[in-house]
Design a protein around this ligand. Structure first.
Ligand code: NAP
Length: 292
């Protein structure tokens, strides 16, 4: 068993981004990210601060907006529209979870597809789906300047590819079918040539499916959901889950028992999380390079 060190892979990629930012500076372009934080949710605040820190490290301008808990939905949309219209802002990101009275879908629709660094606008989703049909690989798809892929699925692909795992022809199973994680991840794995199954809360006999997986990705949001009896010996396991416990952040995988059965596994923390923040910055740089 080996660990996929998300922090190390992210650091390596950050060096490439730093270089890309320096190249853009030659054209007087400074990439700028504008995360929007509404309310006081502790997880959302952590993600917001992590973006501020990484942006500073990479030379990306941070134009975050903090709005109070009671902000009306139309005022959040107004804030998005202001950022859409600002030529100095390249990427817009809405921190989740939003307060209950604000619809994530409405906010997603308001973000300009050209600044949609988490690929959540329906236009971004449509581009991903359509363009994936003509791309032979995930990397070809991601290389297209007009395509902005959702950050977490991209982070998972990057970790798998950087770890030297050949995805082509492999049996990949994703648990979770959300719009931002499970569904797009299934599509990216499919684009790269895996045979993909997506499981969810209505899946019957899930362990008979997960036991077939060469690559098993878990995005459920339940503490220690994936147990060792669900995992084939020698599988690659990617734990996307983030569960906040009194002992700290824990993933969706029963790590102690599952890890010995795997060929490679991501820890939580230190796996998908740091890579996701880095990919968000990569998408900002991509948007900024479209300015030149
Ligand atoms: P979500 O929207 O709540 O989706 C959870 C998915 O899990 C749903 O598709 C749901 O199925 C499925 N599910 C729930 N209970 C299940 C069960 N008993 N058996 C099988 N499937 C079940 O969550 P999400 O946004 O995809 O996020 C998933 C996890 O990833 C969360 O812990 C989140 O915090 C984490 N996350 C991490 C990062 C990162 O950077 N590491 C980024 C984003 C999210 P149904 O559709 O049938 O209800």
């Amino acid at each position: 068993m080996s660990i996929i060190d998300g922090r190390a892979i992210a650091r390596k990629y950050q060096e490439i981004l730093r270089h890309a930012v320096a190249v853009l500076a030659n054209d007087a372009v400074i990439p700028a990210i504008a995360p929007i934080l509404v309310g006081e949710d502790s997880a959302a605040r952590v993600y917001y601060r992590a973006k501020a820190r990484l942006a500073e490290k990479l030379g990306i301008r941070f134009c975050g907006i903090k709005l109070p808990e009671g902000t009306r939905e139309e005022d959040v949309i107004d804030a998005v529209n202001g950022l859409n219209a600002d030529p100095q802002v390249d990427g817009i990101f809405v921190e989740l979870p939003l307060p209950a009275h604000i619809s994530r879908e409405k906010i997603a629709r308001a973000i300009s597809p050209e600044k949609d660094i988490d690929g959540i606008n329906p236009v971004s989703m449509g581009r991903m789906l359509v363009e994936s049909a003509s791309a032979a690989t995930y990397r070809q798809l991601n290389a297209r300047q007009s395509v902005l892929l959702p950050a977490t699925p991209q982070a998972v692909m990057k970790l798998i590819i950087e770890s030297g795992i050949d995805i082509v022809g492999q049996e990949a199973v994703v648990i979770g079918r959300s719009l931002s994680v499970g569904r797009p991840l299934g599509l990216l794995l499919l684009t790269e040539g895996a045979t993909v199954t997506i499981c969810h809360s209505k899946t019957r006999s899930m362990e008979t499916i997960t036991q077939r997986a060469d690559i098993l990705c878990v995005a459920v949001g339940r503490l220690r959901f994936l147990t060792s009896d669900m995992v084939k010996q020698g599988a690659v396991v990617i734990d996307i889950g983030i569960n906040v416990t009194p002992e700290g952040i824990v993933g969706d995988v029963d790590y102690e028992r599952v890890a010995p059965r795997t060929r490679l596994i991501t820890p939580v923390p230190g796996g998908v999380g740091p890579m996701t923040t880095t990919i968000i910055m990569a998408n900002v740089v991509k948007c900024a390079s479209n300015r030149t």
